[in-house]
Design a protein around this ligand. Structure first.
Ligand SMILES: *[C@@H]1O[C@H](CO)[C@@H](O)[C@H](O)[C@H]1NC(C)=O
Ligand SMILES: *[C@@H]1O[C@H](CO)[C@@H](O)[C@H](O)[C@H]1NC(C)=O
Ligand SMILES: *[C@@H]1O[C@H](CO)[C@@H](O)[C@H](O)[C@H]1NC(C)=O
Length: 325
């Protein structure tokens, strides 16, 4: 009797705690069973003016630039053609579905290595850029060894960093500046060659009216069990590598209807623009385009291997579940 009473009290306390937590419900899974039905190939000229030629689904399949491999989704680049005209072939894929708010969990086995000239990104963006905003979850250029997480908006959105890892740094809070509001991070397992050496990992982006946060979990150090079990609870996780919030930005006015994108471009408005400032890369060739054109084999590891991308939406807080059974 006594024991049973304490158990009931304990359950009531747990129920109260669960009632205040935001619960997330899975709405979409993109993986080897459906990825290319739910993402389409972008084949227009690269908006960031890269030395790249984005190919369509059929061509990517034929030439092996995109497909299913090792039970994952493979997105690669041409790494055999010397001096390709008009840019090196690559793929850029966009989800058919668009989202406002949510928890986006990407389990990645591999991402492009840190290599001069390459510019990979996993990001989200809405229509009429920059009016609906852009969230760069995982992005870097050339020999970068750490991730940069960045937001881009129209004018009137200034972010603060609250709650991110102390080693992450907000470089500029002004999200409508040329470079956006970005956070540099300080963990070499979260990007490029270091990411791959650690067996990849899980990126999670949580987007609410209050904040946009980017979490990273290297596979080698262990993925939280609530992620692997499919009941993610960000409040239980370690600090995000980037967190944007504050009264200087009405998130719901600046971010809406985002599609998910994976791409790998070369040079262009970032990797190309800063080529001459990178002593290691600029010693290899006078321009980024020249290096990328003449060194196909360097890009054999410029591929994404996506185990899954899962999208969760906040559901009504769970109440009384422990008592229902
Ligand atoms: C590529 O083409 C092959 C042969 O038609 C097909 O079996 C495969 O599903 C295609 N791969 C993708 C990713 O569409
Ligand atoms: C943000 O950057 C834009 C573009 O450079 C500039 O016009 C605007 O004044 C900046 N806003 C703030 C608050 O500094
Ligand atoms: C990471 O931390 C080290 C040591 O404190 C520092 O030298 C380095 O500049 C930091 N890197 C980044 C990307 O902030």
């Amino acid at each position: 009797m006594h024991t049973s009473n304490s158990l009931i009290r304990l359950s009531a306390a747990l129920c109260l705690a669960a009632g205040t937590a935001k619960a997330y419900t899975l709405t979409d899974t993109f993986d080897k069973s459906n990825f290319f039905q739910d993402f389409n190939f972008f084949t227009a000229a690269d908006p960031t003016t890269g030395f790249v030629k984005y190919v369509g689904a059929a061509a990517a399949n034929t030439s092996g630039l995109a497909g299913y491999s090792n039970n994952a989704v493979y997105l690669g680049v041409d790494h055999t053609t010397m001096n390709p005209t008009g840019g090196r072939e690559s793929v850029r894929v966009t989800s058919n579905k668009a989202y406002t708010h949510g928890l986006f969990v990407a389990d990645l086995a591999h991402a492009p290595d840190s290599e001069c000239g390459v510019w990979p990104a996993f990001w989200t963006v809405g229509p009429n850029w920059p009016a609906s905003g852009e969230i760069d979850i995982m992005e870097g250029i050339s020999d970068s060894v750490t991730n940069s997480a960045t937001l881009h908006t129209s004018s009137g959105c200034t972010m603060q960093s609250t709650g991110a890892l102390a080693s992450s740094k907000l470089n500029d809070g002004n999200c409508s500046s040329d470079t956006g509001c970005g956070m540099s991070t300080n963990d070499t397992s979260n990007y490029g060659t270091g990411f791959n050496a650690a067996g990849g990992g899980v990126y999670a982006m949580e987007w609410t009216s209050q904040a946009i946060k980017v979490f990273f979990f290297p596979r080698a150090a262990g993925i939280p069990s609530d992620i692997t079990s499919g009941s993610p609870n960000p409040t239980s996780w370690s600090s995000p590598i980037a967190a944007f919030s504050g009264s200087g930005c009405n998130i719901d006015q600046h971010f809406m209807n985002h599609n998910l994108i994976f791409d790998t471009t070369f040079c262009g408005q970032w990797a190309g623009k800063v080529w001459s400032q990178n002593t290691k890369c600029s010693a290899l060739a006078p321009t980024c385009d020249a290096y990328v054109a003449a060194n196909p084999a360097k890009f054999a590891s410029s591929y994404w291997l996506i185990n899954s991308v899962k999208v969760y939406q906040a559901s009504a807080a769970k109440r009384g579940v422990a008592f229902e059974a």
